[in-house]
Design a protein around this ligand. Structure first.
Ligand SMILES: [Zn+2]
Length: 101
C-alpha cells in the first residue's frame, strides 16, 4: 500500500494535509480534494478518519492502476463517490442504482 493513515501524525490537520497530498499525487481534482476535506471536517474525529481513509483507499487503488478514470456503466468521470460493486467501478449514480435496484 502506497498510502496509509496509520503511522501518520494523528493530528486532524496533519491527516488532512497527508490526504490532500496523496489525492493530488493521484490526479484527483481540486474540487474532489476540497469535497473530501469539507466532509472530513463536517463532524467529529471518527468521521474525519472514516472520510480520509476512504479517500486514501481510492488513492491506493489509483496508484496501483486498479481504479479506472471513468464509470464502467455510463462512462461518467469517477470521483470520490465512486464505488466498486461486483468487481466493476461505478459512478455515484450507477452505484446507487446497482445497490437500490
Ligand atoms: Zn455511471
Amino acid at each position: 500500500m502506497k498510502y496509509n493513515l496509520v503511522g501518520q501524525d494523528g493530528n486532524a490537520f496533519a491527516l488532512m494535509a497527508y490526504t490532500s497530498k496523496a489525492m493530488k499525487e493521484q490526479g484527483f481534482s481540486k474540487g474532489d480534494i476540497n469535497h473530501v476535506i469539507e466532509d472530513a471536517m463536517a463532524s467529529n474525529y471518527n468521521n474525519l478518519i472514516f472520510v480520509l481513509d476512504c479517500a486514501i483507499q481510492k488513492c491506493n487503488l489509483r496508484a496501483d492502476g486498479m481504479m479506472p478514470d471513468y464509470c464502467e456503466c455510463c462512462g461518467a468521470e469517477l470521483n470520490k463517490y465512486a464505488d466498486c460493486i461486483d468487481g466493476a467501478w461505478h459512478c455515484e449514480d450507477c452505484a446507487y442504482e446497482a445497490v437500490n435496484g
